[in-house]
Design a protein around this ligand. Sequence first.
Ligand code: ATR
Length: 286
Amino acid sequence: ARIPYRTLSGTSRLAGVMGWPVSHSKSPRLHGYWLAKYGIDGSYMPLPVEPENFQAALMSLRNLGFSGVNVTIPQKEMAMPECDELSDRARRIGAVNTVTFAKDGRLLGDNTDGFGFIENLRQEAPGIDFTSGPAVVLGAGGASRAILVALLDEESPEIRIANRTRKRAEDVTREFNDPRLKVIDWPVSPEALSDVALLVNTTSLGMVGQPKLDIDLDGLPTSALVTDIVYAPLVTDLLAQARERGNPIVDGLGMLLHQARPGFHRWFGIDPEVTQELRDFVLSPD
Ligand code: ATR
């Protein structure tokens, strides 16, 4: 008989996103779209878990037969010691955003944020070689770490890090111990931008409700790709300013969409596509 809604069964694959709070997360909408698009027997749900219950909840999800979970603020660091195995990039970044429960019960931790960052640039700025010159990365927090690791792996020739709290930039530079990483002044001088192929904002500046990012782009070549991890608003002041002077720009929404692909692939068996329709769907309130 026809049923009016989709039901789950004992063989449905289950996944979700753990965080506190998690109600703002776009991941259920994103994965739900892909599950429907590919006709997959599965579900992806928001999993609000208070930090003190994190470890128990993670083990419970494994014991309940979940395929895996995404982990978001503030639990990305907490997930690290719980994993039996970490991908090289998760270990270097120092945070886990994707946990897969292996058949033997082991927890495999990965961090796909840097992958999402790179894949977004590849898709949205095809033909632009963003490693043809130095990169300037604004910020030295968790998102910055993921992007720094990804750019190092993409053979970026030089990466300049500018952060309000200079010590944080120095600490990450020392930790990653790669001669291509250089700390530069915050705010960024026009000279530091004069030969740059990629400019990235990884700070929260420019986000709805946050102060705006104040940067003088005068020194930046118009060939440089400018991107922002902030996606609310979609076109930040930084991106509008860059577009105005003729630079190619890429907004931050795609990073969120692409970072979800490896988890979806592992849990549900298909590497899903990021399309304009998906972008619109994820942004639309309902
Ligand atoms: P995330 O995990 O999203 O990267 P985070 O680790 O809290 O978050 O890092 C936030 C980044 O935004 C940091 O680089 C932070 O600079 P500080 O290290 O000096 O705190 C930057 N940031 C946040 N608010 C800022 C502000 N008002 N001015 C300058 N930088 C700011």
